[in-house]
Write a protein that binds this ligand. Structure first.
Ligand code: FAD
Ligand code: SF4
Length: 503
């Protein structure tokens, strides 16, 4: 039995942060939407919160394998579910800073201006923060951007260990502030505050993700249909090459076509550009929407290191760890150049370290984990045309990347380690991110005003194909130094409100 061909006014490919939020916003405007998602719903089961199942057995990770510039295979950090990567994400939902939208000189080059300003997207940050239940307090973070409304919910309280850490960090000369967290927390909230949030799926549906906060309410409007196990494998253009005619979809019962008036690709930065490139034909010899040769270029994923700061005198019995950051060097690390931010991550347990410290006995890892606190040290990965996604001769996704931000990262690490030592930690373990840790992937279909230098315009509409929009991390012209998901959501809301997508 084969699937019947499908049709809708707007067809969205991917149900993650970009696709899910777009579907929700379109549904609210009364537009008929079909969402095609290659994954299924992530089941609520006891393994959701089992670190061994999640980190060692990689129960929820996709089987997707990509290759690096030398052809070496690696497991891609992507998850194919309704809600996409947000099912497993850490729900840290900060805004970019005002200056991140402007051209900014960094140590290793210029971070380009975006084709719209902070104030163009600010009202949609407000909306996205409400939609994804963001908790924080105004005025704690010295580098936070101005805002037209306060956060919709107050900051999550710190565990006692984190409150004490905040005091020690202040004494060490930095300004700890609360993280912007998207969690259904509080008297009426569903969050039961557990140890397994960042990197895990929430078993009780309390983490603000694109399934719970976007797709499910969108389905309730009756305007949205969701087709799961539906992998789009090709975009077919009309004969003149100016419009998408239909999508070719692979489902459990074979291939079928999906037609629509307008199409949105939200497969995540890498897989959206891969789909465009794999859809090359005589009508689009360089790939769909790629007359500029910019599809796949400017791949970014932040320059990141996880650190575990270890203090043998102090036990860390924290439950929810990801409540604090410090951003003092975001714009100026002392010599006028931006550095980045230092953000707590979810509590790492010994068994989770086993996935990379494979030879260290578990009791030693547990001893360390019980006395350590873990941070993400993150800075901007400047865009480069040479850092790119291509499709190799075996039809595999190939990522070529040389991070442009390593000198900045070294400086940021040096300053961070100094602060950690001053705060009482005797040893600091480091895990620099490799290509497989591409959680913050962005760029590859960058937005801009010049069709020769960018793939989409400021409203994520492709310059080349009249009825095709790309709404996911791909549109970022620069990566800034904060987590990307809130900006993807805010832009999705902005595109629906301001462009002709909903018309
Ligand atoms: C472990 C982890 C922790 C993270 N923590 C944070 C955090 O704390 N804060 C933050 O801001 N960001 C975080 N991120 C990143 C965040 O999840 C992403 O930035 C965000 O989900 C990207 O949204 P997107 O729309 O670009 O893609 P995704 O959310 O990845 O959605 C893409 C969707 O497209 C589907 N898809 C792909 N190809 C096809 C196809 N051909 N046909 C049909 N469907 C397809 C996928 O199955 C998926 O559902 C984290 C990510 C991970 C993995
Ligand atoms: S801390 Fe709350 S939101 Fe996070 S996984 Fe646990 S219950 Fe869910």
């Amino acid at each position: 039995m084969s699937n019947p061909d499908l049709e809708s006014d707007v067809v969205i490919v991917g149900s993650g942060m970009g696709g899910g939020t777009t579907a929700y916003a379109l549904a609210k405007k009364g537009v008929n939407v079909l969402v095609l998602e290659r994954g299924e719903r992530l089941p609520s089961e006891k393994q959701n919160w089992d670190p061994k199942e999640v980190f060692l057995n990689k129960r929820y990770k996709s089987k997707e394998v990509w290759v690096d510039s030398k052809g070496k295979k690696f497991e891609a950090g992507v998850h194919f579910y309704v809600g996409g990567n947000t099912k497993m994400y850490g729900a840290s939902l900060p805004r970019l800073r005002e200056k991140d939208f402007e051209e900014l000189q960094h140590l290793e080059g210029k971070s380009p201006a975006w084709p719209f300003t902070y104030w163009d997207i600010e009202p949609f940050y407000v909306e996205a923060e409400k939609m994804y239940k963001v908790h924080n307090n105004v005025g704690e973070n010295p580098t936070e951007p101005p805002r037209s409304e306060p956060f919709p919910y107050p900051a999550l309280p710190h565990d006692p260990y984190i409150s004490a850490l905040a005091t020690r960090l202040k004494k060490a000369g930095v300004t700890p502030h609360s993280n912007s967290m998207g969690i259904d927390y509080g008297d009426d909230g569903k969050c039961i505050v557990c140890r397994t949030c960042d990197g895990f799926a929430c078993r009780v549906g309390a983490k603000s993700d694109a399934e719970i906060n976007a797709i499910n309410p969108a389905l309730l409007t009756g305007k949205v249909k969701l087709q799961t196990s539906a992998e789009v494998i090709k975009i077919e253009l009309t004969d003149d090459g100016k419009r998408v005619d239909y999508l070719l979809v692979k489902g459990p019962n074979g291939e079928y076509k999906v037609r629509g008036k307008k199409f949105v690709l939200s497969c995540g930065a890498v897989l959206t550009s891969a789909l465009l490139l794999r859809s090359k034909s005589v009508k689009a010899p360089n790939g769909v929407a790629n007359s500029s040769d910019m599809v796949g270029r400017n791949f970014m994923m932040h320059v990141n290191t996880h650190i575990a700061a270890f203090d043998f005198k102090r036990k860390n019995n924290v439950t929810f760890q990801k409540t604090l950051s410090f951003s003092d060097w975001y714009f100026d690390g002392g010599k006028g150049y931006p550095l980045g931010i230092i953000q707590l991550i979810g509590k790492v347990q010994g068994i989770m370290m086993k996935s990379y410290a494979t030879k260290v006995p578990l009791p030693i890892l547990n001893y360390i984990a019980n006395r350590s606190v873990e941070f993400l040290v993150m800075n901007e990965d400047l865009p480069s045309k040479e850092n790119r996604v291509t499709i190799d001769e075996k039809n595999q996704v190939k990522i070529t990347r040389k991070p442009v931000g390593m000198r900045t990262h070294k400086k940021l690490m040096k300053k961070t380690l100094k602060v950690m030592r001053k705060s009482g930690y005797q040893a600091i373990f480091k895990q620099p991110f490799d290509l497989s840790m591409n959680a913050h992937q962005c760029g590859t279909t960058v937005s801009g005003n010049d069709p020769k230098k960018s793939v989409v315009d400021q409203y994520c509409k492709t310059h080349d194909v009249e009825n095709l929009y790309l709404i996911d991390g791909g549109f970022f012209p620069s990566s800034a130094s904060v987590n990307p998901a809130l900006t993807i959501a805010a832009q999705a809301l902005r595109v629906v409100a301001k462009s002709d997508l909903a018309k």
